[in-house]
Ligand binder design. Structure first.
Ligand SMILES: [Zn+2]
Length: 612
């Protein structure tokens, strides 16, 4: 049964579209109407109009239009009944569940379930942290106390604790009526065996302090779990895997709380960690966001821009070490694409915002934000500490690095000002430096146009299970490590694999032992996107795997890559205008590749037989 027309009218009657949309991003009042940059297409000047009298929106750029329900459908990518439901919730109007559910698709239902599971689990973790008498709960409370996170703050952010014994949590989930499939879909559990689901699930988060993650609308969609015991063996933070409800690339920690302040101030401070953000927010600095330990993506930036608005700014607040500087360069590159003003602040050595505010009070941090300089000046300052401007070679490096940054500034007047600034600083003529900027710009655009389909360095790494098994065993299993060191010629044997770069880099420098401390140190030495990826693999429960499994995984990967080559050659030999000579060459190549393939398959069976 569809939702009755009367109910829909009632919902629309109780919803003010201006207030609704301002909950997502700011609108500017001009005359009778309200304006913003359109959320449905990319633009730099506002052509998205919202009318209070008509209770509707219209975009002059892409012709998107509709009422409050239409807006929620478009913006949240949900169907009509879900949008009605959301607005009904907001307005406090009841819709009978069965009327609503009939029209929703299976995927939407699962997404709803995922959010429900994460939401109820967050309350359970929270309760567990505050009330449990277990040793780990006491240790977690002690840890938070030391970090100056009191009970009120823990309540404000629904901070929780995942118990050490994962079964306690699994049993609770079962008591709530969640089945294995739903729990795995929620990202809180994984299957013990990817091929045999009947072997059950395990809890991904064990003995970790849990920070719930929200979309900008406020739904609980995932978690970030933090280790807190001194013998911390694993990655500091682990996030839920991506699910129907959670995509790392467009979620900021805290945005659901900070969006109003960001919109009001037209300014967002980007800091690195969750505790930094909480500390800022709790001390009245509310316009803060934190990405989830991953590099900023275009989606992050577009999301943020909706709240900052056209003339807004971003203040980068990264660690003062070289990793922090690199991260700020990457962030700058992504953010400058949408043309907002970017400043960066210099934190004192060995201080993050959390420590700074705890030690010196919020005023000190507010001062640093106020005096944060335009990005190129921050860069000059940082590089001046690393390079010697009296040395000609250093001076060239200095000029090159800055020319890249400045070439990304869209506004010509600002760009020219920066060029003059830097030229004076390095002691070369403005014209000379301008040439470098133009060169950097051209290099950049030619790279972009030729490599749009290439995966970016910071893209989420996605690999097949065999690669995961190889990596996991190479780190945690002594036999496998010995085999890799002694019997694998990395350049020869792995060359054909799709993940050659990744694997060869890892295998060339494996940690010295299987002790968790060594593995942890090894992982921490990697770039953050690689570290996150490795941690996710270490967390996976590939139990009972040993050297034979690593051997099999490698052979399966070789088979796959060979098969792809054979397929490619076959396609190639069928293309138009190919000469007979070429066909012959390809055929003989395919022939030898087939032989190689058979050998691999035989090797695979041999391993299996010797195992039985
Ligand atoms: Zn539009």
């Amino acid at each position: 049964m569809p939702i009755p027309e009367e109910t829909i009218q009632q919902i629309l009657g109780s919803t003010d579209i201006i207030e609704l949309i301002e909950g997502y991003f700011p609108l500017q009042k001009k005359g009778q109407d309200y304006w913003a940059c359109c959320p449905f297409h990319s633009e730099k000047t506002p052509s998205f109009k919202v009318s209070a009298s008509r209770q509707g929106y219209y975009c002059f750029g892409c012709q998107a239009k509709g009422n409050a329900i239409g807006f929620v459908m478009e913006y949240e990518s949900i169907d009509f009944p879900s949008a009605v439901r959301r607005l009904a919730d907001r307005a406090g109007i009841a819709i009978k569940e069965d009327e609503y559910d009939k029209k929703t698709t299976k995927e939407n239902l699962l997404k709803k379930k995922i959010i429900h599971i994460n939401q109820t689990a967050s309350l359970w973790f929270h309760e567990n942290l505050l009330k449990s008498n277990s040793a780990e709960a006491r240790a977690a409370r002690e840890y938070l106390k030391e970090r100056k996170i009191d009970i009120q703050i823990a309540k404000n952010w629904t901070i929780g604790l995942a118990p050490e014994n994962g079964n306690i949590f699994i049993n609770w989930c079962k008591s709530q009526g969640f089945n294995n499939e739903q729990m795995v879909a929620s990202g809180l559990m994984s299957y013990r065996d990817q091929e045999e689901f009947s072997k059950g699930v395990y809890s991904r988060f064990r003995n970790r302090i849990m920070f719930p993650l929200h979309n900008d609308y406020g739904d609980t969609i995932a978690f970030s779990g933090r280790v807190f015991t001194p013998q911390n063996r694993l990655a500091k933070y682990v996030n839920s895997p991506e699910t129907l409800a959670f995509k790392k690339s467009n979620v900021f920690f805290g945005l659901n709380k900070s969006k109003r302040s960001i919109a009001k101030k037209e300014s967002a401070i980007i800091c690195e960690g969750q505790l930094d953000l909480i500390r800022c927010f709790e001390n009245g600095i509310e316009n803060v966001v934190a990405p989830l330990g991953t590099a900023l993506t275009e989606k992050h930036v577009n999301l943020l821009k909706r709240f900052i608005g056209q003339n807004g700014e971003v203040v980068l607040c990264f660690d003062s070490d070289s990793a922090g500087y690199k991260a700020s360069l990457r962030a700058y590159e992504e953010i400058s694409k949408v043309g907002v003003f970017i400043r960066a602040l210099q934190l004192p050595d060995n201080h993050d915002p959390d420590l700074l505010i705890t030690n010196y009070g919020p005023e000190k941090f507010i001062d640093l934000v106020k005096s944060a300089k335009a990005f190129h000046e921050y860069q000059i300052e940082t590089l001046s500490g690393q390079l010697n401007l009296n040395n000609p070679r250093d001076r060239i490096q200095f000029a090159n690095e800055l020319s890249i940054t400045i070439s990304q500034v869209n506004d010509p007047i600002a760009r020219d000002g920066y060029i003059n600034d830097v030229a004076i600083r390095i002691g070369i003529s403005a014209d000379e430096f301008r040439k470098r900027v133009v060169n950097s710009f051209n290099k950049k655009t030619s790279q972009v146009s030729t490599s749009t389909n290439e995966p970016k360095e910071h893209d989420i790494i996605n690999v097949e299970q065999d690669v995961e098994i190889l990596i996991k065993l190479s780190l945690t299993d002594a036999d496998t490590k010995k085999w890799i060191r002694n019997s694998i010629n990395i350049n020869d044997e792995l060359k054909s694999l799709k993940n050659f770069d990744l694997l060869s880099e890892l295998f060339k420098s494996l940690p010295s032992s299987e002790e968790p401390e060594d593995i942890n140190a090894f992982i921490s030495s990697k770039d953050s996107h690689i570290a996150t990826f490795l941690n996710d693999i270490i967390m996976k429960d590939y139990t009972h795997l040993s050297l034979v499994d690593a051997k099999k995984s490698l052979i399966r990967l070789k088979i796959k890559s060979l098969q792809e080559k054979i397929d490619l050659n076959k396609t190639f030999s069928r293309r138009e205008g190919i000469s007979n000579e070429e066909i012959l060459t390809i055929t003989s190549k395919v022939e030898s590749q087939r032989k190689e393939l058979l050998d691999f398959k035989k090797a695979l069976t041999n391993i299996d037989e010797s195992r039985d």
